[in-house]
Design a protein around this ligand. Structure first.
Ligand SMILES: Nc1ncnc2c1ncn2[C@@H]1O[C@H](COP(=O)(O)OP(=O)(O)OP(=O)(O)O)[C@@H](O)[C@H]1O
Ligand SMILES: [Mg+2]
Length: 386
């Protein structure tokens, strides 16, 4: 008897345990994909809303429920208007609807209301879903809850506003207080020179000594007030640059400090070169004046030298002294606000911080060389352009 063909045995085996056909494979794959997609939608960190062509909600994911407090059962069949806070302008909704019904994607921000009455900020992308014929069959909205970021941004904006208000208040305060301090000082300085004229001959020496002392202190106070005023406004202030004859400016600085140097018995030397640069005259004078003031203040014997040298398109201003010198450690702190090597020395410790800012704003550079008990030299290089 002939043996049954192998193929027949195979077919009967097939009937007992039918293998998958291409169609059922596709169905299985589609099922798997559907499950995967619904898991993805459910677990998405974004809020997802699917609506019909009239905008009525058909599906919302878990994140929607977490953020808004509404379940699918509560919003199904309703439009996303349930989340309306009244704070998003009507035109936004109008443009949204026009965009998506004409087949385009709309992106924007909403301030939405939760079931609890609280609010959240959503950054949304809403897109039409089309069938193979290109007809819109659904809308899908994806929304990111960025309330925390928005709150942080708002807090930052508020903080900035507050800083600005405080800074304005500070400027006004400094202006007022400076005026308050400067006015009586001008009277004092004026009276000192009147008193010199009427000093009785027999005690003229003593009068001069006392009046010199008064004048020195009043001038020192005026410089401190000027420095504090400048330091307060320098950060935000624009420089008022104009052509400045540097040799003329150094001459003024020299004359300003000559009386005190003479009184201390310290030689004050000046050596000039012709140089014009773009600079804020008053500020530059204040900056250079402070280097000379320091040198005179911290030198008890010997000399202080103020010199300048043209280096092509820049100029080197040098202030050197034979004074107490500055330790290596302190040299790195000199330009910090309020630093003073000796807390008991006269001064407020803002001169060099101010000089540094001013020179920096003129595109200049400062370097220091100093040795304790031998003296110091400050070199300032300024470009012609300022
Ligand atoms: N030529 C110098 N010789 C020795 N020490 C100096 C010299 N220049 C600056 N210093 C040191 O640097 C410190 C800071 O100087 P800065 O000009 O900033 O402040 P100040 O002179 O103390 O006070 P202010 O200038 O505000 O009246 C000084 O207190 C001093 O210790
Ligand atoms: Mg100083």
């Amino acid at each position: 008897m002939p043996r049954k063909p192998a193929i027949q045995r195979k077919e009967s085996a097939k009937e007992a345990n039918p293998p998958s056909s291409p169609a059922s494979d596709i169905l299985k794959e589609a099922d798997k994909l559907k499950t995967q997609l619904s898991v993805i939608l459910e677990q998405s960190p974004m809020i997802i809303i699917i609506a019909d062509t009239e905008g009525r909600i058909e599906y919302v994911n878990r994140k929607f429920n977490d953020v808004t407090g509404y379940s699918l059962a509560e919003v199904a069949g309703k439009t996303p208007r349930v989340l309306k806070s009244g704070e998003t302008p009507l035109e936004v909704y109008k443009s949204l609807w026009e965009t998506i019904t004409s087949g385009n994607v709309w992106t924007g921000e909403f301030h939405n209301k939760k079931k609890s009455g609280g609010y959240y900020w959503g950054h949304a992308s809403i897109a039409p879903i089309k069938n193979s014929e290109g007809e819109i069959i659904n809308f899908i909205g994806m929304e990111e809850d960025f309330t925390a970021r928005k709150n942080a941004e708002d807090a930052l904006i508020q903080a900035h506003k507050r800083v600005e208000e405080l800074s304005q208040a500070k400027d006004i305060f400094i202006q007022n207080i400076t005026h308050e301090l400067k006015t009586p000082l001008s009277v004092i300085l004026g009276n000192i020179s009147l008193l010199r004229d009427i000093a009785p001959k027999e005690s003229a020496k003593e009068w001069t000594r006392l009046l010199d002392m008064e004048e020195r202190n009043a001038i020192r106070l005026r410089r401190s007030i000027e420095q504090i005023l400048q330091l307060g406004k320098l950060d935000s202030a624009e420089l008022k640059k104009e052509p400045v004859q540097l040799d003329k400016l150094l001459q003024d600085v020299y004359l300003e400090h000559l009386p005190i140097a003479n009184m201390k018995g310290v030689d004050l030397d000046l050596s000039l070169d012709k140089f014009e640069l773009q600079a804020d005259r008053e500020l530059l004078r204040l900056a250079i004046s402070n280097f000379v003031s320091n040198s005179v203040k911290f030198t008890d014997k010997g000399s202080v030298e103020l010199s300048m040298k043209v280096l092509g398109d820049s100029v080197l201003v040098r202030v050197s002294d034979t004074g107490i010198g500055i330790s290596k450690e302190n040299q790195s702190k000199l330009f910090q606000k309020f630093f003073k090597a000796d807390p008991n020395a006269p001064g407020s410790g803002i001169g060099l911080a101010l000089s540094y800012t001013i020179i920096n704003k003129h595109g200049g550079k400062i370097s220091v060389k100093s040795e304790l008990e031998k003296g110091s030299a400050f070199e300032i290089v300024l470009p012609r352009g300022g």
